[in-house]
Design a protein around this ligand. Sequence first.
Ligand code: HXC
Length: 511
Amino acid sequence: MKHILEALEERRAAARLGGGEKRIEAQHGRGKLTARERIELLLDKGSFEEFDMFVQHRCVDFGMASQPKTPGDGVVVGWGTVNGRTVFVFAKDFTVFGGSLSETHALKMIKIQDMALKMRAPIIGLFDAGGARIQEGVAALGGYGEVFKRNVISSGVIPQISVIMGPCAGGDVYSPAMTDFIFMVRDTSYMFVTGPDVVKTVTNETVTAEDLGGAKVHTSKSSIADGAWDNDVEALLQVRRLLDFLPANNTEGVPRWPSFDDPDRIDKSLDTLIPDSPNKPYDMKELIGKVVDEGDFFELQEAYGRNIITGFGRIDGATVGIVANQPMVLAGVLDSDASRKASRFVRFCDSFEIPIVTFVDVPGFLPGTAQEYGGLIKHGAKLLFAYSQATVPLVTIITRKAFGGAYDVMASKHIGGDVNYAWPTAQIAVMGAKGAVEIIFRSDIGDPEKINARTKEYEERFLSPFVAAERGYIDEVIMPHSTRRRVARALAMLKAKKAEQPWKKHDNIPL
Ligand code: HXC
């Protein structure tokens, strides 16, 4: 019996070596951890249960029959816990055929996707791979298709997170693209459908892998990635932090962690946050930091569409999604990028029953040919649609400007805001005073005195929260220092919210 047990240990040890010592060294030499080292860091110590360690490929083409087989076939799969909560995980093993996807490699992924869905638990994919196993051809394509289909079936049921920690090319990009969040590691990861060589052949462009699909490109230009960190360790620790904010699935509700931050805490410094001049910016992140528990805010898409802020925080220990205009960037205007970014976030929150707190300081939609040609109407409509469709608790606080269509869009009462507050500094109007007067009193434009008088009159009448409050569009004008307490109380009351939509197969969001 003893030798049988030893033989198992030997088999396991061999499988854990993946592509062997030399390739592990090469992996480390590139500043990357191996698949198993990554899983160890991601999960609670000792909690990983590996499946399919001995699975091998079945390919006999292109000399594969005569090559020694590597157990595991380029992907490590299983489950474990993150701060005690079950998660499923697969990690591409670059030391085995460059982590490329074969038929059996896909079967391992599919098994874990199916289990995650059955258990209604999050799934995390760690990517570091060269796409389809070239020797397997169409079998690999079939495998990808099966993975993609499961990504879609799981979408909106369990959180799906992808972390790109090396190459991610060809077939490998589309599974992450259909997950809820993509994170990258700076300098060691890149993502593209076709690499620099193919780009050169087809379009004659010369571009490096980093410039084509590195972390900087995908976090600031394409918006494919939701964030990036400096190395594997930091990335995996941040994914653990994100998981603490997320519900396990779409019916369980948000996790509640012990909080030592009094939900009734007032913050007097907020009473002076808004500058005297309406054109002066202030940092909306200061407000967010002062409202959420212990100032702990997990920001998503930080480097993209920076005129809007999206991310998770907690109020009284429970997760909330935060959407906020950022007056520090483009005066917080809504443009196509900001609208697209925020609408995807709102839909994530609504899918997973995460209440949304919206802070509003928006001068309107960004005018111009670039925006109109780029489809601002449709992108703006995405955000309008996402908020209008949301049935989760919606709490809105207007701190300063809420002008024009952007007022309606930013979780106003009219499209489903449950509790809508305004600070006394709020200005809720069709547009700013100058623009309004120049349109209504165009004939007076040559007379600065008259224009100034009209502007003052407009400001006094309309640039306050009270016209909206008189109509009940704002439930209450609140003191800035009491914002956290007001939001916490509103969320506590809204826990019982039941909102029903008429039956439909699905909506037709303006994609
Ligand atoms: C089989 C592969 C492989 C692949 C890499 N390897 N990619 N084996 N199929 N797709 C193997 C290499 O042969 C090598 O084996 C080992 O992995 C490491 O690869 P290197 O090239 O030495 O590493 P590196 O220089 O870091 O380059 C990494 C790479 C490059 C950029 C990923 O390997 C590469 O370009 N691979 C091919 C990418 C690709 O074209 N994939 C197919 C995409 S088509 P040894 O034994 O030497 O260590 C696709 C279509 C699916 O995915 C569409 C579905 C919708």
